[in-house]
Design a protein around this ligand. Sequence first.
Ligand SMILES: [Zn+2]
Ligand SMILES: [Zn+2]
Length: 319
Amino acid sequence: MSAVRELAAGLWRIRLPLHFELNHVNVHVLRIDSGFLLVDCGYGTDESFEALESGLRETGVAWSDIREILITHCHPDHAGNAERVRERTGAPVVMHETENAYLPHFRRLVAEPGLLDPWLLSWGAPPEAVDRIRDSFADMTGTYRPAEAGRVLRGGDTLHGWAVIATPGHAPGHVCLHDAARGLLISGDHVLEAISPNIAWLAHRDALADYLASLERVALLSADRVYPSHGDPFGGLQARCRALAGHHDLRCNNILNALAAGGETAQQIVERLWRRMLSPFQHRFALFEVMAHLAYLENSGRTTCDRSAEVHRWIRTPA
Ligand SMILES: [Zn+2]
Ligand SMILES: [Zn+2]
């Protein structure tokens, strides 16, 4: 099957390979007055870059036809090759101002895999598991080549006729693109059909509160077709937003129930919720996901956290 699919007039999807569990990431090519806008750049490998090059060729787009590069968010599968694509095209990179502001933090996380160790240990992860998580992410160093924004966006901006919808949550400066006239939404990782986007704990933010507010915002958009970064196009945006919000509501309740028995660490909650062996990759995501929920529950007064010892314990607030 071809990696290229024409989705609508002047809109193409190019599917790029990922070597980890997600399997692929979709980037999008949009025709604009002056040439083409590329939405996302794929993972930072030669394989991904060559797949993008051949996909563009099949679409009939030369590197030099690309006038602008939008990064929906700076995760490695979306922005990993952005610097290389920027050099090849000479086109400026645009992204939300918040995502651009977080870029040094993301770069540091990838360049220094051990940076997370103290957090993971304070969440109760066993030291051997922390070692495995660090080692499994160490091979990402060197493949993450995002680019700084030449121009930053804010929610409410318009990009070549598409409305930029700020959708923080999955990433702090995530954006979607909406074409109201045609009822099209390029949803990035904000709304996916088959999987629930990972909502990861981030210091000084309430990622889950952000995400739920972004879901409400997007559910109000008129869009018959949704084009996600992972998976195939789908309809039923409102229902999917409701289902995703319901998933997080259920997870919050499951966590509160787990806490009813007494103080628990984030690691203990992961073990209760995922009753199977997790790869180091899944384990890290599960811990960050649980922490995002615990922080949300703490902010809404439903949990408290005892941070007096090295390993933090979460307690359900009496009703
Ligand atoms: Zn992502
Ligand atoms: Zn992604």
